[in-house]
Design a protein around this ligand. Structure first.
Ligand code: SF4
Length: 725
């Protein structure tokens, strides 16, 4: 890469962007990162990087880096000392707790912080302040996957790893676009397909994407009808006797709601989902449903399912996750190499820093639950506090937290390393709440659409300016070494959290001098659970390992629930497989009916709207819009419309179009023949734009899944009209 010749040393880290978690080598000269290249020793990417990864040095020395603490005075931000900013924060927390109680405080974190940072934040919030009001942006991207894994298998996170890509014969990709959102994984998938002409790819998506370009079967279904489609595939698999009866008998049970079902009752339930009936509902020809179901279940072939936000960001996100797992359980295509039911993740450490450390309002470290008294007691013992100090009521989930700010119930909110002022759905409703509450924002950049609403902005050290641990989407815990010092007065968030805790009087909760100190305590929280992570020493030496790693003399775990890979499976488990997170060791095959999205097109709002990512940008664009090479390729977001729909409305390519929902209007340029083609009746907008008129989340609905509390970003109803200047 450009600049590599200037590097005086190369420091190992992980890419700052997506949940793929590519290993990088950062080339350092003095206190500057001059180049980045893919780490050839990293199992994830084996030296590869996508365009965002290779341009990582450009996110560091940007014009908008925050170099000093900022305090808003009379509507203007002014520079302040760290002492002044921290004193103000501490006094505001104390004042809120004294006047309104601990539940008036909220912390909103991120899948981009280090595990150590989230661990300390949740400990201080729970054991110190006494509330479970800690949540984070993984709620908006994969809470449904968490609940899906929990309800199907009894344990969170996938059974397999990315290594399944090189083993699978059939890929079933639904509600994901890895060609743009997980490009390095997609390149591994293309290699696999090119290596063997018998490898087949099924892509199910209401919008034809670049991922769809390599599909042998492309299923352009009507938005929100995937529950019917997946049930129909199950119906065919059973009807044509493509099931693995032995696996079903030994390792599964059937359930509907809280009731156990017999296999026959489940079969009867599926009679509403024959391909002929589902053709009308989903828009997919019955014959195609039969063919993809046969391919999925074909004996002797190995099948890997991959999905992402298309399934998770839905009011029935948990159910639709369950239905993908069902297909693997019915066919026994799970827990062996290449047979994998795998949810992709969006952020570099959404698993490692939030799902695993207890960064959501209902969970505690190491996949424990707030509502479980035994789990609370276990942690209180490790933390050396009276269990009575551990609040037992789950705190606000994301939308509830920001709603509480709107309603004036949340008096103090600390946002760390994320941008809810741009990323929440139905933004016009939530932004005034962020302005109303006393809000602290720890950020590397300012202004963002969140920091502009803050009372205090704290300058945060960025990627490679601090040491810590990320956990990617395949249970891989990876260490990032510190390569350079942060600029100005920016500090690692961990240092700031510890300092605030001390000033609040919680000295005994934060006896940490280094990230490794935090890690050692966090490892104690993992004892007795099925989620043991490698030691810091080992992570430094070996860089990344897939958990569980139950001891420094033990290998990483490739596949869970199966011997010889998973150390937690009992010696006498039938077939060497055991779903040990479930009380009876059996995974659940769920009867889940088709339920349509919350908002569907009607005469007034006749189009579906869906949103997603593009290759060049990431999330709210705070990093990628700082990279000229990326901004020059796509400088503003747009609306993709099917050419026939556009013709009907007199809209030509490049015209400005108003995208209008019941909540707000965005004005975007029409793309009729862009990189994706939505089905007729659907429009698509990437969500990265920072300009208010193009911030599509303003238009979106904020309905959410009743179980996971994840919002339905993927489906709402809009109307279109040519913009009148
Ligand atoms: Fe970074 Fe994801 Fe690209 Fe890998 S695929 S280089 S993790 S953005």
């Amino acid at each position: 890469p450009k600049g590599a010749e200037d590097a005086e040393k190369w420091v190992k880290g992980v890419c700052r962007y997506c949940g793929t978690g590519c290993g990088v080598l950062a080339g350092v000269k003095g206190n500057k990162i001059v180049a980045v290249k893919g780490d050839p020793d990293c199992a994830v990417n084996k030296g590869r990087l996508c365009v965002k990864g290779i341009l990582l040095p450009k996110i560091i020395n940007t014009k908008d880096r925050v170099l000093h603490p900022l305090i808003k005075k009379n509507g203007e931000f002014v520079e302040a000392s760290w002492d002044e900013a921290l004193d103000l924060i501490v006094s505001k927390i104390k004042e809120s707790v004294d006047q309104y109680g601990p539940d008036s405080i909220g912390f909103y974190g991120s899948g981009q912080t280090f595990a150590e940072e989230t661990y300390v934040a949740q400990k201080v919030i729970r054991a110190g302040i006494g509330t479970n009001n800690i949540d984070g942006n993984p709620r908006t991207c994969m809470a449904s996957a968490v609940a899906g894994f929990m309800t199907s298998f009894g344990e969170d996170e996938p059974s397999g790893t990315y290594a399944d890509i090189e083993e699978a014969d059939t890929f079933f990709i639904i509600g994901a676009n890895p060609a743009e959102a997980h490009p390095v994984l997609f390149s591994r998938l293309i290699d696999r397909k090119n290596s063997n002409p018998d490898v087949k790819v099924i892509v199910a998506d209401p919008r034809k994407t670049r991922t769809g370009d390599i599909a042998d079967y492309y299923l352009e279904f009507i938005p929100g009808r995937d529950l019917a489609l997946l049930n129909s595939m199950a119906q065919v698999i059973i009807e044509e006797n493509l099931i693995n009866q032995g696996f079903i008998d030994r390792h599964t049970e059937f359930m509907k709601g809280t009731d156990k079902l017999s296999f026959d009752a489940y079969k009867a339930f599926l009679q509403d989902y024959t391909p002929e009936k589902v053709e009308a509902v989903s828009g997919i020809p019955a014959q195609t449903i039969r063919e993809v179901a046969r391919l999925f279940a074909a004996p002797g072939r190995k099948t890997m399912s991959l999905w992402c936000m298309g399934l998770n960001q839905r009011t029935r996100g948990v159910w639709v996750n369950n239905l993908v797992h069902n297909l693997h359980l019915l066919t026994g295509k799970i827990c062996s190499p290449g047979n994998s039911s795998f949810s992709l993740t969006g952020q570099p450490s959404a698993c490692g820093s939030v799902r695993e450390t207890g960064g959501l309002s209902h969970i505690l470290p190491a996949h424990r639950l707030v509502a479980n008294a035994k789990h609370r007691e276990e942690l209180a013992k490790i933390w050396g506090i009276d269990p009575a100090r551990m609040p037992s009521k789950p705190g606000y989930h994301t939308l509830a937290m920001f709603k509480a700010a709107v309603e004036g119930k949340l008096k103090f909110l600390w946002v760390m390393c994320t941008n809810p002022g741009q990323s929440l759905p139905n933004l016009e409703y939530y932004r005034p709440g962020m302005e109303k509450t006393f809000m602290v924002v720890s950020e590397a950049y300012h202004p963002t659409r969140t920091s502009e609403l803050a009372d205090v902005v704290l300058p945060a050290a960025l990627w490679m300016e601090k040491e810590g641990v990320y956990g990617n989407g395949e249970r891989r815990t990876q260490h990032l070494a510190k390569a350079i010092d942060p600029p100005g007065e920016a500090k690692p968030d961990l240092e700031v959290l510890i300092e605030v805790a001390k000033r609040l009087g919680y000295e005994e909760l934060v006896p940490f001098k280094t990230p490794e100190d935090v890690w050692k305590e966090y490892q104690r929280c993992q004892e007795g659970t099925a989620m043991q992570l490698a030691s810091y020493d080992r992570l430094r030496k070996e860089h990344g390992l897939t958990w569980p790693v139950p001891g420094d003399d033990k290998p990483e775990t490739y596949i869970r629930y199966a011997r010889p890979w998973d150390p937690y499976v009992k010696e006498d488990a039938p077939d060497g497989i055991e779903f040990y997170g479930r009380p009876n060791g059996r995974a659940v095959i769920w009867a889940r009916p088709q339920v349509d999205p919350q908002e569907n097109p009607d005469a007034e709002y006749p189009f579906y709207l869906t949103t997603g990512r593009i290759l060049e940008h990431w999330h709210t664009g705070t990093m990628t819009f700082n990279v000229p090479e990326l901004k020059n390729v796509v400088g503003e977001m747009y609306v993709e419309i099917h050419p026939e729909d556009a013709a009907g409305l007199g809209i030509a390519d490049g015209d400005e179009v108003d995208v209008i929902s019941r909540r707000a209007t965005c004005t975007l340029k029409a793309h009729l023949n862009g990189r994706g083609r939505p089905r007729k009746g659907l429009v698509y907008v990437p969500f990265h734009d920072q300009v208010k008129e193009r911030m599509i989340n303003r238009v979106l609905l904020d309905a959410f899944d009743a179980a996971s509390k994840q919002p339905e970003y993927k489906v709402c109803a809009v109307r279109l009209q040519k913009h009148q200047a």
